[in-house]
Design a protein around this ligand. Structure first.
Ligand SMILES: [Zn+2]
Length: 690
C-alpha cells in the first residue's frame, strides 16, 4: 500500500460575523451497544485476546528466523503455544484483510474489496458478534483510521476505540493516514481491562488489539530507532513487540494469562524491495502474503509448529471452535483446532488471494491467486506459476512447463472469485444500506455511484515496477517536505503511465503543500481528462475555486465529489460552507443532513447548522446546534464564539463573556488570526459594560 494521503491544510472562509472553517474535524463518541441476548453458551471458560500486527512480515520475528531484530514477547507466545510456519493472508491490504480475519470469509462474501469505498456486508457474522452473543464483553482498539468504524468492522463490539486524535499523533511524519502509536493503543486496552476487572471480573472478555506501527512511514521512537538506525522497519517491529510484551505482562501479573486464549497474527507483510515493490498491496508474492500466526492459551500445547499452509480466514472458525461455538454458516475458513491440539494437517490446502489495489490506485490489472503448500498461481495478464519446493522466493515462473497444475489452480481461483465471464463492473459501496437510503433521499449516491472494472484489463503490474520505484522515492521526499523534488519525479513519470490515479493524487498533494494552486488545478483537470480522477480530485478542485472566491464553480465540483463518494464528510461540510456563503440555505442544509446522517456527532456540521439557523433568524435552534457541536467536540473553538455572539445579542453579558473566553482558550493563533482581535475587542467591551 503506497501511503501518502494528503492532510489538508485548513482553507478558511469567513462568514460576515460568524466564522466557520473548511476541513472538518470530528470526534467520535463511544459506540452504542448492539448486544442482543444470545442463545449460544461457550463450552470453554476463557477470555480471548486477538492481536493483529499491521504490515509485519513473518521473517522479521525471531521465532520465524529473523536475524535483524529480536522479538522476545512474540517469541514467548510461540514457545507457550502453537506457531503456524506458513500462514497466508487473503488480501495484502489492511481493511479487507482484517475483514477476512474477523469474519472467516473471502472478500467476495464480506464485501470489503479494497481500501475505502466498501463497508462490511451486514449479514456476515463477525467473531465479535458471535462472542458478544455468547456473553463476552467485547472491545476493539485500533491503531489506524483505515479501521475506522465507518467500514463496519466495529459490528459486534460494544467498545470500539478508533479515535486518532492523540497528542502523540502530532509527532508523526506529515502527510500520512491518521494513526496512533502502539503505546496509546496499549494504554487504552489496559485502561479498559483495569476498569472491567474492577466492575465485572467474573465475565469473560474478547478484545481485539491492532498495532499499526510497522506500517510505512517507518518512524520508531527511541530506543528502537537508535537500536536500528539503518533499518527503521526493524525498529518498528521491535517497538511493536515491546507493546505486545506490555499487554501479555499485564495479563500475566493479574493471573489472567492462564485463562486467556491469545491469537496473534499480521494482516499482511511488507515487500521491502522484493519483486520491485516497497510496501504492500500491488503484488501477491509471499513477501506480503506470508504472515506470522501464533495461538497460545489454556489447553493448547507448548512449542508446536504447524508446517502446513493455513489462512487468515481460518482464525474466526478456530476461535469459535475452541470455545465450543459455531462460526456461522457464511464462514469459508476451517477450524484449526485439530492442528493445534493434535498436530493434524489442516482440512484445506487451497488459499485464495486477491488485490484490487493495482486497479483502483494505479489503473493496472487487478490480481488473483491460488496458493497451496507446493504451488502458487497468480492470475494476471501474464500469468505466473511458482513451485515452492524448488523456489521459495518466487523467482522463476514455471507456468510453461506445468500447464495441468496451472489449469487446476486456475479453476480453484474461479470457484472463489466467480466464473471469469462474470468479471466486469464492481460497484463501490462507500456506506452501508441504511445510510445509503438516507443519502439517496437527500439526492446523493444514486447518480454518481462509482464503478470499478475488475476485468483484468490494463497493464500487468509487474510490467510497471519502474513506476513503483518512482512513487517510492517521491513519497519519501514528500514525507520529508521536499514537495518540489517529489513533483519533479512524478511529472517525469506521468507520460509513461498517464492513467495512473495515484501519480495525479500525489502531484496534487505536492502542489497543494507548496501552495502552487494553479499547477494543482491543471493536474486535477488533466486527471479528469485522462479518466484517472477520483472523488478527491473533484473535492480538491472545489477547494481551489473556494480559494479563488469562485464559489459557484466550487460547489459544482464538490457536488460531483459528493455524488461519487458521499462518505467523505469533509467535502460535504466544505460544500455546506460554500452554500452558506452563496445564501443557498436549502442546499447547505441538504449537505449538512448528509453529514449528520453518517455521523450524528460531527461537531463541524453542527456548528455550520447553527450558522444556517442564525441566517434563518432562528437563534434558539442555532443555540441548540452550537451546544451539540460542543458536546461532540469540546475542543472546537468556533461554537464558543458563536454562542458568545448569541448571548451578547440577547443581552446576557455574563454568558457572552464566558463563551468568548472559551473561544480564546481554544482558538488557533494561525487559523483564527483574523478573528481573535475582534473577539478580544468584544470581550473588553462586554467587561466595560458589566
Ligand atoms: Zn495493514
Amino acid at each position: 500500500m503506497h501511503c501518502y494521503d494528503a492532510k489538508k491544510s485548513a482553507t478558511f472562509i469567513s462568514l460576515t460575523v460568524l466564522i466557520c472553517l473548511l476541513s472538518a474535524c470530528s470526534k467520535r463518541s463511544e459506540p452504542v451497544a448492539e448486544k442482543k441476548p444470545g442463545a449460544a453458551v461457550p463450552k470453554q471458560d476463557m477470555n480471548v485476546l486477538l492481536i493483529t500486527l499491521d504490515t509485519l512480515r513473518a521473517d522479521y520475528l525471531s521465532c520465524y528466523g529473523s536475524k535483524s531484530v529480536s522479538t522476545p514477547a512474540i517469541d514467548g507466545l510461540a514457545a507457550r503455544g502453537v506457531r503456524f510456519a506458513k500462514a497466508i493472508a487473503q488480501v495484502p491490504l489492511t481493511t479487507p484483510s482484517h475483514a477476512s480475519i474477523l469474519t472467516g470469509t473471502y472478500p467476495q462474501i464480506h464485501g470489503v474489496r479494497d481500501m475505502g469505498g466498501f463497508v462490511l456486508e451486514k449479514d456476515v457474522p463477525t467473531i465479535a458478534g458471535i462472542l458478544g452473543k455468547a456473553g463476552f464483553d467485547t472491545a476493539a482498539f485500533v491503531g489506524s483510521a483505515v479501521l475506522n468504524r465507518h467500514y463496519g468492522l466495529d459490528r459486534g463490539f460494544v467498545t470500539y476505540a478508533d479515535q486518532m486524535k492523540e497528542e502523540s499523533a502530532s509527532q508523526k511524519l506529515p502527510g500520512v493516514v491518521a494513526e496512533v502509536r502502539g503505546e496509546v493503543v496499549t494504554r487504552r486496552v489496559l485502561d479498559w481491562l483495569e476498569k472491567r476487572q474492577a466492575s465485572s471480573p467474573g465475565k469473560n472478555f474478547f478484545a481485539w488489539v491492532h498495532y499499526y506501527d510497522p506500517h510505512f512511514p517507518y518512524d520508531p521512537p527511541d530506543p528502537y530507532r537508535s537500536q536500528h538506525p539503518k533499518n527503521l522497519y526493524a525498529g518498528e517491529v521491535a517497538y511493536t513487540d515491546a507493546q505486545v510484551g506490555k499487554l501479555i505482562g499485564w495479563l500475566s501479573e493479574g493471573g489472567l494469562l492462564e485463562r486467556t486464549l491469545v491469537v496473534i497474527l499480521s494482516d499482511h507483510g511488507e515487500s521491502l524491495g522484493d519483486h520491485g515493490e516497497y510496501t504492500h498491496g500491488v503484488f501477491l508474492y509471499d513477501s506480503t502474503m506470508h504472515i506470522p500466526m501464533i495461538i497460545a492459551g489454556p489447553g493448547i500445547p507448548s512449542g508446536r509448529v504447524v508446517p502446513q499452509q493455513v489462512r487468515s480466514i481460518d482464525v474466526e472458525p478456530t476461535i469459535a471452535d475452541l470455545l465450543g461455538l459455531s462460526a456461522g454458516e457464511k464462514a469459508q475458513g476451517v477450524s484449526l483446532k485439530s492442528s493445534l491440539m493434535e498436530g493434524r494437517e489442516p482440512m484445506s490446502n487451497y488459499c485464495y488471494m486477491e488485490t484490487l489495489y493495482p486497479r483502483t490506485s494505479h489503473g493496472w490489472s487487478e490480481l488473483r491467486g491460488m496458493r497451496t503448500d507446493e504451488w502458487k498461481l497468480i492470475v494476471a495478464p501474464k500469468p505466473e506459476l511458482y513451485r515452492f519446493s524448488n523456489d521459495p522466493s518466487e523467482a522463476k515462473n514455471v507456468i510453461a512447463g506445468h500447464p495441468a497444475d496451472a489449469d487446476r489452480l486456475q479453476k480453484k481461483v474461479w470457484e472463489v472469485a466467480g466464473p471469469p465471464q462474470s468479471l466486469g463492473k464492481l460497484e463501490t459501496k462507500p456506506v452501508d444500506d441504511e445510510r445509503r437510503r438516507e443519502l439517496d433521499a437527500l439526492g446523493y449516491v444514486s447518480s454518481g455511484r462509482k464503478e470499478i472494472y475488475i476485468d483484468m484489463s490494463g497493464p500487468d503490474p509487474k510490467d510497471r515496477v519502474a513506476v513503483l520505484g518512482v512513487l517510492e522515492r517521491a513519497s519519501d521526499a514528500m514525507n520529508h517536505d521536499r514537495w518540489m523534488e517529489a513533483a519533479g519525479m512524478l511529472e517525469k513519470a506521468l507520460p509513461g503511465d498517464p492513467t495512473n490515479p495515484l501519480i495525479y493524487k500525489e502531484l496534487q498533494a505536492c502542489y497543494e503543500n507548496s501552495r502552487q494552486f494553479d499547477r494543482m488545478e491543471k493536474i486535477c483537470l488533466l486527471a479528469i481528462e485522462n479518466k484517472a480522477a477520483g472523488d478527491g480530485t473533484y473535492a480538491d478542485l472545489g477547494e481551489i475555486y473556494v480559494r479563488r472566491g469562485d464559489l459557484r464553480r466550487a460547489v459544482e465540483y464538490m457536488e460531483t465529489a459528493a455524488r461519487m463518494n458521499p462518505a467523505k464528510v469533509d467535502n460535504l461540510n466544505n460544500m455546506a460552507t460554500a452554500y452558506l456563503h452563496l445564501g443557498q440555505f436549502a442546499e447547505a442544509e441538504r449537505a449538512l443532513k448528509a453529514v449528520l446522517a453518517q455521523d450524528s456527532r460531527n461537531a463541524m456540521a453542527h456548528n455550520l447548522y447553527g450558522i444556517l439557523e442564525i441566517q434563518r433568524s432562528q437563534p434558539d435552534r442555532a443555540r441548540e446546534q452550537f451546544e451539540l457541536a460542543i458536546q461532540s467536540d469540546a475542543n472546537l473553538a468556533e461554537p464558543y464564539m458563536n454562542l458568545g455572539l448569541i448571548a451578547q445579542n440577547a443581552g446576557d453579558t455574563q454568558a457572552a463573556i464566558g463563551y468568548l473566553k472559551g473561544f480564546l482558550k481554544r482558538a488557533d493563533k494561525v487559523k483564527h488570526r483574523d478573528v481573535i482581535p475582534k473577539v478580544e475587542a468584544a470581550l473588553s467591551d462586554l467587561n466595560a459594560r458589566r
